[in-house]
Design a protein around this ligand. Sequence first.
Ligand SMILES: C[S@@+](CC[C@H](N)C(=O)[O-])C[C@H]1O[C@@H](n2cnc3c(N)ncnc32)[C@H](O)[C@@H]1O
Length: 299
Amino acid sequence: MTTPPVCNYEGSDYQTSFWDQGGREYEDRAEAIALRRLLPKGGRLLLELGAGAGRNTPRYAGFERVVLLDYSTTQLEQAQVRLGRSDRYIYVAADIYRLPFLDGLFDAATMIRTLHHMTDAPSALAQVRNVLQPGAVFILEYANKLNLKAILRYWLGRQKWSPFTLEPVEFAVLNFDFHPKAIRAWLKDLGFSIERTLTVSHFRVGWIKRHIPPRLLAALDGLFQPTGALFQLTPSVFVRSKVEGARLKVNIPTDPVALFQCPECGSGDLLEKLDHLQCPRCEANWAVKEGIYDFRAKV
Ligand SMILES: C[S@@+](CC[C@H](N)C(=O)[O-])C[C@H]1O[C@@H](n2cnc3c(N)ncnc32)[C@H](O)[C@@H]1O
């Protein structure tokens, strides 16, 4: 099966250069406010897609267990340093286009600052939909092409692409901005009903960030976030949607190995070997190393 290209973060210092030393305390705090508003109070098993170094993971404290999924093992290693290894966190290296989980497993999922690397966003979202239970909550953050700065640049003739058209724009290699209407249509087509939309990062402008302390700016952002229900003109948008259908009592296995299915042939019941998992049907082997289940390529 061929899948779209992956924006590879292997060996990247993203967490340090972009967040810790990149002057983004305001954005981080604003996201924390949005997540507090959108997350369910609690739940059993949350899937974090594109978890990176686990920057947001501590915010999912209401959930019994969290699966951190990322294509990059070095990002997951950084997450392990931050969160530690315990039964509470399950670290999985895999491609979002080829998720290695049983269908209808999770009661919640988040995908933050990750859809913007997806060349084929609808098929990535379809993968997410497959592994969610009926009634599950999905919190999606996406980069918005219809943002105020892009609109002004377009009107002033400084940007060729139109922020008003529905197709995604690849503003840098494997970095996409999306139109809010397109995101809504994709979610609805997949059987999600949209419950709440928040606009985030209203003040992502250099001189404002230099003059107003991040904590205050994030609090102001929080005041404006609910306007997302009416219009979305910020660079970042958070949407909470729910899988249609009534919540069922789903049996979620406690053994992490029992959560998986072979991404090659779709078989469950993977066999646990010394340093890998083996598919009983197609005999594909998947490495398990330093607490990370690796489903990117067969070994
Ligand atoms: C911009 S980072 C965001 C990390 C984290 N969500 C945060 O907000 O701090 C995007 C993450 O998505 C991961 N990613 C990109 N494409 C992926 C794919 N196809 N499958 C799994 N992870 C992917 C990258 O490895 C990277 O860690």
